[in-house]
Design a protein around this ligand. Sequence first.
Ligand code: SAH
Length: 344
Amino acid sequence: MNHLKSMTITQIGAVLKELGQPAFRAKQVYTWLHKGVRSFDEMTNLPKALRDTLSERYPLRIPEVVRKQESQKDGTIKYLWKLSDGNCVETVLMRYHYGNTVCISTEVGCRMGCAFCASTLGGLVRQLEPYEMLDQVLFTQVDSGLQVSHIVLMGIGEPLDNLDNVLRFLELVNSPEGMNISMRHISLSTCGLVPKIDELAEKKLQISLAISLHGPNNEIRNKIMPVNKAYPIEELLDACRRYYQETSRRIHFEYAMIDGVNDTQEHAKELLSRLKGLPAHLNLIPLNHVEESPLKPSTKAAVAAFQKTLEDGGLTTTVRRTLGSDIDASCGQLRRKYTKQNTL
Ligand code: SAH
């Protein structure tokens, strides 16, 4: 975490103190960094000598836009960024009635191995540093000119497999001197790393926890989500109950509907009984077809029937609109395409 933008104000203060600077400079530097400046020279209220020293010792390593695609249908914008080491990650900006939401990546690649997901096809390359998550939000806002009010950690990567960096990112993006985005406007999605869910619960943050469930039982989850072999569904749901006890935040479940795999009436009933008594919301997502995968999305009729059974059983559900479907806006697809084109 020796990048200046991964540091708290206190830590920046310590760096500046060593450089013989007065205490008030910490807040100045922090505020500039969190505005998304591209160089220390933009920090006009700092002495020139200090700007020079900082840029030498703490290069800003600004991500570059390598692709930008804008949906003609709904205004969704997808960015493919090149990081300072040449790796690429994706960020999606979605425009909802309640505000602009960015979906950020937390890792380059992923090692969770879910069968339907494009992000995991090449495995994990590396975890992202806190500033690299923050930069996705900052530079999406700067580039688009649109104010970001909500964040979802649902891009490439498994956030709970990079928990320390994610926690720092949350602290930074929530700070009043920074972007000041409310924890209640942030969602973190996990495939189900139980010990990490408990670790997160202990922090008692007011973020929403989203669980990628995608199946009502171990048999189905084992087939499509290898993580289930380590942390079976019973343990996962117990962790969700503990999370609710600690935070009083309703749990959001995500359920990608896959034709013939998890979308029958029996599955809907089984899901209802599994989630009974747990304050929950279920998001049904028609599977986004990934080229390399044989899995297909459920039919519209299957999705509607599934939803009806759940609603009749008292569970609140939404069918997620597929924003940006004309621009490869689902997880990992753009990076995958770009990496393939540039290695073949
Ligand atoms: N690793 C985290 C967050 C990233 S994925 C997690 O697993 O939750 C964000 C969401 O998109 C997850 O619910 C994931 O299961 C889902 N997803 C991935 N590939 C998908 C696809 N092809 N179609 C629909 N949803 C998909």
